[in-house]
Design a protein around this ligand. Structure first.
Ligand code: GLN
Length: 485
């Protein structure tokens, strides 16, 4: 095994044993990026120099015995997280060349924890999409099949882990953007409870839904990376002050005695039969480990996609108002101020972002607000209530497919926004309800592409989520498979 193929915990052990230095590990990872990213295109920017400098710092820290979980570990960040002095573009022309003057909280915590920054990964522009095709820098490819999409919007972060171009990465999830690409790329992706991780310095898409979370090669790494980024932040008032659990300690708790809800509404026509088969087999694995299965109903599921595309677009239309040619990135000179705004936004935003801004502006406009935005907020409450009822009735976790299909072809859904929106049908509800969700590899579809199993937990109960994910992983070997590149 090459160092770039290690998990975070494996690398930690080797670094602590002084079997390898962080500089050597980082060189191995950078060589891997050089070898395969021409084909995968996961990165918008590879920060080689910074990575080697971080690694040298980490080696000095290790020599002094000042070692944390992430000291010397090469990590990639989705290119919608502000990094001081390092271009942060959200894969949009409008932010081309933008170098933030500050680090977001998550990048700052990684830096303080001694992590090595490998680079910034590609995404659908402003995280709007499910395929990483809506990117001003071009599409990322699925490492399992280069004709297919890695999912999105954090497709670059998912593909970078799947192709061993970093040991772990971070993405953001507003409606599924961590879990869906994790499923399609065969890696572990976790969206924390809303408020578990600071959003300070995460470029806002839909502020009431956005959360940062980890992509990793296994469940243990997910626990480690989540713990490193979680916890109170005075710079984000929506970030909770609740103490962070010891996630690693919860990993081997198993599923014995847990009740796992299988929601009827998530096992529907339209899901690829080979996906359904892999998911059902994995549900049996959990049962075999001592979990009790219970069929449940989440009756408002059918409204989730519609509700999400009102709430998310409304918030996006407001959040993206700041890109006006005055304060950030691109500026198109034109007649007067209004013309400059219009020319800048016309040239700077891609089609999908414009579509969202228009939809959201419409949903918020006088006369339509009650019919659309207010109604969507009410439906959002009903969706949360469905989950609360199930949890109150003794369900500990809900299990579903992560995505109705495996990786689809690049271009297949690009001209059909509704088809694209439907790829998030199983992930969106957890965002609307603010609940934590994880996707773990659970098999392969008829095309030989990975399938993901989603677990959704109670708010703040990432520990149970990780324990169940680990129990499944311990009985299966899907997470050890890597694409041939
Ligand atoms: N695919 C969904 C969308 O297009 C979710 C994106 C996300 O989670 N950032 O909005």
């Amino acid at each position: 095994m090459e160092p770039y193929q290690w998990t975070i915990h494996e690398a930690r052990r080797r670094l602590d044993n002084k079997d390898i230095s962080s500089v050597e590990l980082t060189r191995s990872v950078l060589a891997r990026v050089k070898a395969v990213d021409g084909a995968v295109k996961a990165f918008n920017l590879v920060t080689d120099d910074r990575a080697l400098a971080d690694a040298a710092d980490a080696d000095r820290a290790i020599a002094r015995g000042e070692t944390g979980v992430l000291t010397g570990i090469p990590i990639a960040l989705k290119d919608n997280m502000d990094t001081a002095g390092i271009e942060t573009t959200c894969s949009s022309r409008i932010l081309a060349g933008y170098k933030p003057p500050f680090d977001g909280t998550v990048p700052a915590r990684l830096k303080a924890g001694g992590a090595v920054l490998v680079g910034k990964t590609n995404l659908d522009e402003f995280a709007m999409g499910s395929s990483t095709e809506n990117s001003a820098t071009g599409a990322t490819r699925n490492p399992w099949n280069l004709e297919r999409a890695p999912g999105g919007s954090s497709g670059g972060s998912a593909a970078a882990v799947a192709a061993d171009m970093c040991l772990g990465s971070l993405g953001s999830d507003t409606g599924g953007s961590i879990r869906q690409p994790a499923a399609l790329c065969g890696v572990v992706g976790l969206k924390p409870t809303y408020g578990r991780v600071s959003r300070y310095g995460l470029v806002a898409f839909a502020s009431s839904l956005d959360q940062i979370g980890p992509f990793t090669k296994d469940v243990r790494d997910s626990a480690l990376l989540l713990e490193a980024i979680s916890g109170a932040d005075p710079l984000d008032s929506t970030c909770s002050t609740r103490p962070v659990d010891d996630y690693a300690a919860a990993l081997e708790r198993g599923v014995k005695g847990l009740t796992i809800g299988v929601p009827r509404e998530y096992f529907i026509k339209g899901t690829d039969p080979s996906v359904e088969k892999a998911v059902q087999a994995s549900i049996r694995v959990l049962e075999g480990q001592g979990a009790t299965l219970r069929e449940i109903s989440l009756p408002h599921t059918a409204y989730a996609v519609a509700c999400y595309y009102l709430v998310a677009t409304a918030e996006a239309s407001s959040n993206l108002g700041r890109y006006d040619g005055v304060r950030y990135g691109l500026r198109e000179e034109a007649g007067d101020l209004l013309e400059m705004y219009m020319a800048t936004r016309e040239a700077g935003f891609g089609t999908e972002v414009k579509r969202r801004i228009m939809l959201g502006t419409y949903a918020l406009s006088a006369g339509y607000y009650d019919a659309y935005y207010r109604k969507a907020q009410q439906v959002r409450t009903l969706i949360l209530r469905d989950f609360t009822k199930a949890f109150d009735a003794g369900v500990d976790l809900v299990v579903t497919p992560t995505s109705p299909t495996g990786a689809f072809r690049i271009g297949e859904k690009a001209d059909d926004p509704l088809q694209m929106y439907l790829s998030d049908i199983f992930t969106i509800s957890a965002n609307l309800a603010g609940l934590p969700g994880i996707s773990v590899p659970c098999g392969f579809d008829d095309n030989g592409c990975p399938v993901g199993l989603q677990l959704i937990g109670r708010a703040w109960d990432e520990s149970t989520l990780l324990a169940a994910a680990r129990a499944h992983e311990a009985q299966t070997s899907f997470h050890t498979r890597r694409p041939d590149l």
